[in-house]
Design a protein around this ligand. Sequence first.
Ligand code: F6R
Length: 239
Amino acid sequence: GRTVRHLVRDDAGQVAATAADLILEALDGESAIGLATGSSPLGAYEEIVRRVRARAVPTPVARCGYLLDEYLGLPTGDPNSYASVIRREVADAVGLDVRGPDGRAADPAAEAQRYERELAGASIAVQVLGIGRNGHLGFNEPGSALDSTTRVVRLTETTRRDNARFFDSSEQVPTHAITQGLATIMRARRLVLIALGERKADAVRAALHGTVDPQWPASILQRHPDAYVVTDRAAAAVR
Ligand code: F6R
């Protein structure tokens, strides 16, 4: 595949600043941004909020934000729903309207298809991404088809365990989610993947230097014309 641009920074603050630069550079008030949840992009989101508050960037930063994924079955308004998290962490503070799949839909498969159609018309300028320890992108777990679109997926036990820290008990972590597919993610005009810490190092290496392989879903970035991976030194380490 192509060479993915890998930017290595000394600490989480510099990772956040670099990611914010790459994200904001791709946006204007007419465009849409795709938003990942999880801990990795939080610093970049904080940085964007800070720049907006300091009037260092024109507002609105984007026309609206689209969720990368959403849990199925959480109660309406649950603080752990990805719509709630994204509003709380970034969207409300910068006045960004958030769209996503309805995790309470009676027919989740139909809801996933509806969201795929919405995304097809959305023209996403930049998609913010994290990466799982197992190389997952969104909730496209290993084995996901490279041409997959938005759909209902079952979460792996690793992913449920990794995300249990946000819930009162591990049984409360949903078993399913709706995720943008790998082909869906690839339609964004720019991809900015953020990874921090040594536990992401194997996945980062596979994404950047492995063969493009459904067993390491993030390796699909090598097929994107404008993909960036921004990491600290620990996540960049070669073991
Ligand atoms: C979040 C998502 C996931 C996370 C990944 C890393 O919307 O789709 O792929 O990006 O699990 O999570 P953190 O950043 O919490 O390590």
